[in-house]
Design a protein around this ligand. Structure first.
Ligand code: SF4
Length: 63
């Protein structure tokens, strides 16, 4: 279910949304660096977000 957003913000339209590794409706947010894992041996992970998610760091992909 899509949430009501401010000015139509949505991860799907954000320049930090990366679907290459995850698919059409689920993507990675590239706004921040990967998050390290507790054991320190595994590679850090990028936050997974739905295309209909959004946050206050939204920037239009075509801006
Ligand atoms: S979580 Fe925020 S910064 Fe990341 S892709 Fe979505 S709107 Fe953009």
């Amino acid at each position: 279910m899509a949430l009501t957003t401010i000015d139509g913000a949505a991860c799907a339209k954000c320049k930090f949304f990366d679907t290459e590794a995850s698919g059409e409706s689920l993507g990675l947010c590239r706004y921040n660096p990967p998050i390290g894992q507790a054991n320190g041996d595994a590679a850090g992970v990028w936050p997974k977000v739905e295309a209909s998610d959004w946050c206050g760091h939204f920037e239009p992909a075509n801006a």
